[in-house]
Design a protein around this ligand. Structure first.
Ligand SMILES: Nc1ncnc2c1ncn2[C@@H]1O[C@H](COP(=O)(O)OP(=O)(O)OP(=O)(O)O)[C@@H](O)[C@H]1O
Ligand SMILES: [Mg+2]
Length: 237
C-alpha cells in the first residue's frame, strides 16, 4: 500500500469535557514528513491521540487519503493504515519480544519478523526476553518495530528519541530517513530533539496551549535561533 495523505480540519479535542486541542488544521501530502514541536504540556500527545481516536473529540474532521475517518473507532483507523508509536511505549510486559512483534504483523506472514530484526539487531538478541525485562531504549525499539511491521501508510511517532542514547538516536533517525525516502509512508513526528526533527522534516508545526502557533519550513527555523527560542523555548544545540 502506498503512503496516504492526512488532512485535519478545525480539530478540537480533549479529555471528557476538558478541551486541550483548539482548532488545529493542517495537511500532510502522501509520503511527506511533518514535525510537530512545542514545549511540555502544549497538546502534542493529545493531538496524536485524537488522530487515533483515543481522546474526546469536540469538533473538526480527520481524513486519511480520500476517506473521512472522523467518526471511526481506533481499530478501524489502525486498519485504515494509521500506525501509532505512543510516548508511553505500549508494549506487552508479559509477552516476549517475538510475541510482541507478532501482534504487529496484521495478517502478514511470520517471515516478516526478520524485517524487525534487521531494523533493530538488538531485538533479535533479546527475542526471548519478556517486555518487562527490556531497557527503556529497547522497549522503544520494540514499540517502533512492532508498528512498522504493520506497514502503516501514516505513521504517528510521539517522541521516539526520548531516553535513547545519542548513537541510537542517530541510527533511528537514519532508519526513519530511509523509510521516508521510500515514500511508502507519511510521517508525523513529535519530538523534543529539535535539531534532529528539523533535519528530518519537510514541514513544521509548532503548538502552544493546544493551538498552532507557527507553521513553516524547517529551514526558516534552522536559520533563526531567536525564533526557535520564542516558539519552543530552547535553542538549537
Ligand atoms: N488523560 C488526560 N486527562 C486530562 N488531561 C490530560 C490528560 N493527558 C494530558 N492532559 C493535559 O493535556 C495537556 C496537554 O498534554 P499533552 O500530553 O498533550 O502535552 P504534550 O505537548 O505531549 O507534552 P509533553 O511534551 O510533556 O509530552 C496538559 O495540560 C495535560 O495536563
Ligand atoms: Mg507528549
Amino acid at each position: 500500500m502506498p503512503a496516504a495523505s492526512l488532512e485535519v480540519t478545525g480539530l478540537c479535542a480533549g479529555y471528557g469535557p476538558t478541551r486541550i486541542i483548539e482548532d488545529i488544521s493542517f495537511a500532510v501530502q502522501a509520503g511527506d514528513r511533518l514535525a510537530v514541536l512545542g514545549r511540555n504540556g502544549m497538546g502534542k500527545t493529545t493531538l496524536l491521540a485524537t488522530l487515533m481516536g483515543l481522546s474526546t473529540r469536540h469538533g473538526g474532521q480527520i481524513r486519511i487519503g480520500d476517506e473521512d475517518v472522523t467518526g471511526k473507532r481506533t481499530s478501524a483507523r489502525a486498519d485504515r493504515g494509521i500506525g501509532y508509536v505512543p510516548q508511553t511505549r505500549d508494549i506487552f510486559a508479559s509477552l516476549t519480544v517475538e510475541e510482541n512483534l507478532r501482534t504487529g504483523l496484521k495478517g502478514r506472514p511470520a517471515s516478516a519478523l526478520g524485517e524487525a530484526y534487521e531494523m533493530f539487531p538488538r531485538l533479535r538478541e533479546r527475542r526471548g526476553n519478556y517486555g518487562k525485562q527490556l531497557s527503556g531504549g529497547e522497549q522503544q525499539m520494540l514499540s517502533m518495530a512492532r508498528t512498522l511491521l504493520g506497514k502503516p501508510q501514516v505513521l504517528l511517532l510521539d517522541e521516539p528519541l526520548e531516553g535513547l542514547a545519542p548513537v541510537i538516536c542517530d541510527e533511528l533517525m537514519a532508519l526513519l530517513a530511509r523509510l521516508a525516502a521510500t515514500k511508502e509512508v507519511t510521517i508525523i513526528l513529535v519530538e523534543q530533539q529539535i535539531e534532529r526533527a528539523l533535519d528530518f522534516a519537510d514541514s513544521v508545526m509548532v503548538m502552544e496551549r493546544g493551538r498552532t502557533s507557527w507553521t513553516g519550513a524547517p529551514a526558516e527555523l534552522i536559520s533563526d535561533r531567536a525564533l526557535v527560542d520564542r516558539l519552543v523555548g530552547v535553542g538549537i544545540h
